[in-house]
Design a protein around this ligand. Structure first.
Ligand code: NAD
Ligand code: TDX
Length: 331
């Protein structure tokens, strides 16, 4: 199988490529990545000799056309992915997430290639904190931030290209991921690396907002199953079922780091801050036999903490710039 992975130098994409090389030894993998501030070629160093790396932009129609023509399957991870950045400057989100996905769709349409589009639970908006309600594949889109609106737009384009042009695409909307190689701007690595650099964790507002935490390896396992057995035109929601408030997460990181429970700062809340996400992942479990292997979140978080402790070389170069950006946002 010739596989084109967009955004393969980012957090989830790099974990996907490392996993793919083990799982599909015969696969010919090409990574297309623009190496924005969020992309890091070092994440792919364990498989550098096994893949082709193309430094380029998913909005470059001629390049995308050529690479898609040379592939059997396109797995589309590339995106601007951070909500806070999207609130500060939405323009790269509109360009990469919407125009970039359009560019990929036009190439897979022309060459008749299989596409899997990676998306997020954030397209559905949020749920009340005290409800048992969950998102399902039928929930209406109601995005809150420029990031989630741009991802919602990209999903809509994929659905339209399936219906109107018969493009062979599947979609998945996963809950929050954690694990190795995640950029230090995101909640869990930010707090772990704050503690490793002698800074107190920063909690937005009261910290009551709830996220459903799914290990990146479990997300990618679901993606492989959808590529192999997913129904064309279908959407699959992915999530571990493990929901936690941000306050619980920060307190658990402090505990695992041997620090006192209250040793964190409250900072300004995120505007429009979604309250709770929760995916009903019955479809991917029953149709494709998926279930999370990292069912013990505490153990998965402890392993992630160890990874950041042991791989300072990987994250240290990002840390100063990231905190400087947060300084501008007042968070
Ligand atoms: P990330 O920000 O870590 O990585 C994104 C990658 O895309 C980077 O390597 C970057 O260089 C690349 N990229 C950005 N713009 C590009 C462009 N114009 N052309 C080519 N490459 C470009 O993101 P992530 O957390 O790994 O997320 C990957 C995908 O998964 C995204 O589509 C995101 O919406 C989705 N997702 C993320 C999560 C999560 O918790 N992180 C959860 C659900 C879905
Ligand atoms: O320092 C922080 N303190 C804090 O309280 C940071 C960085 C975040 N938070 C809060 C905001 C959110 O409620 O923690 C929660 C998680 O924040 P992020 O890591 O920024 O993730 P989120 O906004 O939930 O979005 C993530 O999951 C869905 C990914 O970034 C998206 O790409 C994905 O689509």
């Amino acid at each position: 199988m010739r596989m084109l992975v967009t955004g393969g130098a980012g957090f989830i994409g790099a974990n996907f490529v490392l996993d793919t090389i083990e799982r599909r030894p015969d696969a010919e993998v090409t990574v297309l990545d623009a190496l924005t501030y969020a992309g890091n070629r070092d994440s792919l160093s364990p498989v550098a000799g096994r893949i082709r790396f193309v430094h380029g932009d998913i909005c470059d129609a001629a390049l995308v056309d050529r690479l898609v023509a040379e592939s059997d399957v396109v797995v589309h991870f590339a995106a601007e992915s951070h909500v806070d950045n999207s609130l500060h400057d939405p323009s790269p989100f509109i360009r990469t997430n919407i125009l970039g996905t359009f560019t990929i769709l036009e190439a897979v349409r022309k060459h008749g290639r299989r596409l899997h589009h990676i998306s997020t639970d954030e397209v559905f908006g949020d749920l009340p904190l005290d409800a048992v309600e969950q998102f399902t594949e039928e929930t209406a889109y109601d995005p809150s931030s420029p990031y989630s609106a741009s991802k919602a737009s990209s999903d809509m384009l994929v659905r339209a290209w399936v219906r109107s042009y018969g493009v062979e695409a599947t979609l998945s909307n996963c809950a929050n991921n954690y694990g190795p190689y995640q950029h230090v701007e995101k909640l869990i690595p930010r707090q772990i690396t704050n503690l490793l650099t002698g800074t107190r964790p920063k909690l937005y507002g009261a910290g009551a907002n709830v996220r459903e935490w799914t290990h990146v390896a479990d997300h990618n396992d679901a993606v492989h199953r959808i590529i192999d057995g997913g129904r064309i035109g279908h959407t699959y929601l992915i999530g571990s079922g493990d929901e936690r408030s941000n306050k619980e997460i920060v307190e658990l990181i402090l505990e695992l780091s041997g620090e006192p429970a209250g040793a964190y700062d409250h900072v300004a809340d995120r505007p429009g801050h979604d309250l709770r996400y929760s995916n009903d992942s019955t479809k991917v479990r029953t149709e494709l036999g998926w279930q999370p292997r990292y069912a013990d979140f505490r153990a998965g978080l402890a392993a992630t903490l160890d990874w950041y402790r042991q791989n300072e070389w990987w994250w240290k170069p990002q840390k100063t710039d990231t905190e400087a950006r947060y300084g501008i946002l007042g968070r």
